[in-house]
Design a protein around this ligand. Structure first.
Ligand code: NAD
Length: 356
């Protein structure tokens, strides 16, 4: 296998810049990938995870940063895309020291990158970051605090689901639709709540029995075992747990008509798009659908009213309808055209917004 070439990889993803910080004293080893600041500061979460190698951590940051640019541009936000990755030390470590050092790393970029929450980091971490830099969003204490974006993400997913049902299953109503939710954590729980309020039949599956049972009790949801999920008949399958769950194997098993969920990077690889076509399953591209959280974080950071967030989330419905229509006229599925659409918008949009 050829050796990994960092700069080739960055070029492949049209990445604008990459920053590294190693701090022996705290133990911080982190990467910040900025895909683009063309439309505004690069906003994206900070992931803390155990990586097999620095190469994997850098790849993760670069790939995820591009996704953030696409997500922002598709919902018309004056933001760029970036992502931070902290390589979790093996063994015991001083979390506070690492987060403080990371906050300084973010601060040194002088607003080119705004950090937020991602898997492995918490609101408490962000509250620490906010003590050192203003370039943070999604924290709960201090200036520009926003709190949990998950209800907003769930509302956006619901809007997108409605658009997909309207386009691909016309004449169907919530009362005669079954939605299967994989993962009822922060987003999945709210999604179940909203679907219950609309009268849909809900099936949930979660590795946490407590999380699944809560939905059974509160929303009359049926619970299925995680090993049975891809064999469970439903109209809409909603992955709200992990990325990479749509594989050729899982899609072939899945008796669903639409896939619409909040998880990032649901397609395990691009070959899955062909499998989805063969199985006649309509997959709604994740980064258009799950932008509600980013919209809320943006509004909180720039001190805009949450009514603005709500209005922007409502726009997910017509945006997706437009994408579905375009895909039909080009005789392709939405997943085949969405990156091209995002890239075109990225090269067109020229709004630059500096934080207040
Ligand atoms: P979360 O960790 O709160 O919830 C995930 C849930 O999935 C947990 O209850 C967990 O027990 C469950 N789970 C894990 N593995 C599972 C499996 N194999 N089968 C079934 N359930 C499983 O996360 P979240 O904040 O709700 O986010 C869910 C997904 O949406 C993630 O992929 C996240 O990246 C994405 N996302 C979240 C937001 C947000 O606002 N929170 C925004 C955009 C995208």
């Amino acid at each position: 296998m050829p050796a990994f070439d960092l700069f080739d990889y960055a070029r492949q993803f049209n990445n604008q810049e990459i920053h590294f910080k190693y701090d022996a004293e705290s133990g911080l080893a982190a990467v910040i990938a900025i895909h683009s600041t063309r439309n505004g500061p690069a906003l994206g979460g900070c992931r803390m995870a155990t990586y097999a190698s620095t190469e994997r951590a850098v790849q993760d940051a670069i790939r995820l940063a591009q996704g953030m640019s696409y997500k922002a541009v598709m919902c018309g936000l004056p933001l760029g895309g970036g992502k931070a990755v902290i390589m979790k030390p093996s063994g015991a470590f001083n979390r506070r020291a690492i987060i403080n050092s990371f906050a300084q790393f973010v601060h040194d970029l002088n607003g080119r990158y705004i950090t937020s929450i991602d898997s492995g980091t918490s609101v408490e971490d962000l509250n620490w970051v906010a003590q050192h830099t203003a370039w943070v969003a999604g924290h709960t204490k201090g200036k520009r605090a926003g709190g949990d974006p998950s209800p907003y993400t769930a509302r956006g997913v619901l809007k997108g689901m409605e658009a997909a049902i309207h386009y691909y299953l016309p004449n169907r109503r919530w009362l005669d639709l079954t939605v299967l939710i994989q993962g009822v954590g922060h987003v999945g729980y709210y999604l179940a709540k909203y679907l219950y309020e609309r009268g849909a039949k809900i099936i949930v599956s979660d590795v946490s029995v407590t999380a699944a049972q809560r939905c059974a009790q509160e929303f009359n949801a049926q619970v299925v075992d995680v090993n049975q999920i891809y064999r469970t008949p439903c109209d809409v399958f909603s992955p709200c747990a992990l990325g990479g769950v749509l594989t050729e194997e899982s899609v072939r098993l899945l008796p669903a008509k639409i896939i619409a969920g909040s998880a990032n990077n649901q397609l395990a690889n691009l070959a899955v798009i062909d499998t989805l076509k063969q199985c006649n399953i309509h997959y709604v591209p994740d980064y258009v659908l799950n932008a509600g959280g980013l919209i809320q974080v943006y509004c909180a950071h720039y001190e805009l009213p949450m009514s603005e967030a709500d209005a922007r989330i409502d726009e997910i419905y017509p945006r997706l309808l437009e994408l579905f229509r375009q895909s039909t006229s080009e005789q392709k599925v939405p997943a085949e055209i969405v990156d091209k659409v995002a890239n075109e918008k990225l090269n067109r949009q020229e709004v630059i917004l500096e934080p207040n």
